[in-house]
Design a protein around this ligand. Sequence first.
Ligand code: GLN
Length: 502
Amino acid sequence: MTPFQSPATHALHDLGVHALAQAIAAKQVSAVEVAQHFLDRANTHVHLGAFVAIQSETTLTQARAADARIANGTAGTLEGVPVAHKDIFVTRDFPTTAGSRILQNYQSPFDATVVSKLAAQGVVTLGKLNCDEFAMGSSNENTAICAVGHSQVEPVRNPWDATRIPGGSSGGSATAVAACLAPAATGTDTGGSIRQPASFCGITGIKPTYGRASRYGMVAFASSLDQAGPMARSAQDCALLLSAMCGPDLDRDSTSLDVPAENYSLKLNDSIEGLRIGIPKEFFGEGLAADVRTAIDAALKEYEKLGARLVPISLPRTELSIPVYYIIAPAEASSNLSRFDGVKFGHRAKNYTDLADMYKKTRAEGFGDEVKRRIMIGAYVLSHGYYDAYYLQAQKIRRMIADDFQNAFKECDVIAGPVAPTVAWKIGAHKDPLADYLADIFTLPGSLAGLPGMSVPVGFGEGGMPVGMQLLGNYFQEARLLNAAHRFQLATDWHARTPEGF
Ligand code: GLN
């Protein structure tokens, strides 16, 4: 961990959430100065395509309010720390597009719970971040929105190599944090969208147990899977943010869990002597690229040095998680996306003959190819005659996948493996959407089971690209995951490296 240095000797954007919060609280730097610094960085690095909305005055107004709270002694735990939000969270003060033409120019009248919970601790909103349309994707190439400073829709770039994808669907979030354009960002993970881009961009991200963070105000993709979480430079920073983001929201999210918020920073430093790390053999098979495997193996050795014990385990239905997820997620998406009909909000086609024609034209114009593909798959697997063969069958296997984890957790405390089979690929390399789907193989099982999972930077592979290791825990074991990640980050500096030029 980089020891705290005064802002005078350390560029503000090199400080993480923890150090920035301390510096602002100690009045070494004002929230306005910090906000201005990150706004300047975001504006001078627009070529990466990370931001889809920057509104300096809105951000600076929030920062001035943070400084006022510091002056009058009512500051929150994250007072004045700027965080940029994935554009899937609705925000009252910024537009929200969910990466889709159908929501272009949409203005929400309220903030998502996660956004307002962070704001309640003093977080300043730095802007909105690019993402795959309705969070459907693994590369952020499915965005339909033009990034700030661009005149046409372009892919988000990975700051470690601008010819590569940042991962998805929270690609803008990962790029912004990796390039130090924001100290942290929010993300959402339905089948890996926090963990995979974090891995591809060399940052730390955590998806909590399903139901831990409110889904209220998160534009819905697959409701039984969607979950919010933080993406930052370190486990320590993620712990601070996650503590503020989680907690019951029973009146507004029907799947919110009635479990009190937790302070995830308390156990960060605990020893991991004797920690049993399960190594699923299915995560280390043929499909895993050699460079990724080398980095993961080295990280596991480091864990052994820290006193952890590696335990071989099996997650026998790992492969099935791909067909199961790509039935269940589209099924839920087809239902969730029916609200975009040109009537209540968002885009409406201009020329139509009758109501049915208006629906058709609005949706044809408003949705991108991947979204249409998912709606069609979803409607198909839910239709009479196919429901039993596909949807019901997928639900049964989903249960078995969850049971496999419970068996595994009898023998281990956490599970470790790769986040993705390869490092980030080149923009445009995956011509077939199936190539993207297959690359989700290691993140989907944990999502289907609703387990907490994180990505921790553990080295570099082909082309000098970052490799992330996935840590999965049993339900409500976020603190244990963050503790295991933090101890690793105290002993290594992979997470502290930044791409050249940033
Ligand atoms: N890549 C997966 C998909 O396209 C996961 C996306 C996500 O987690 N939002 O559905």
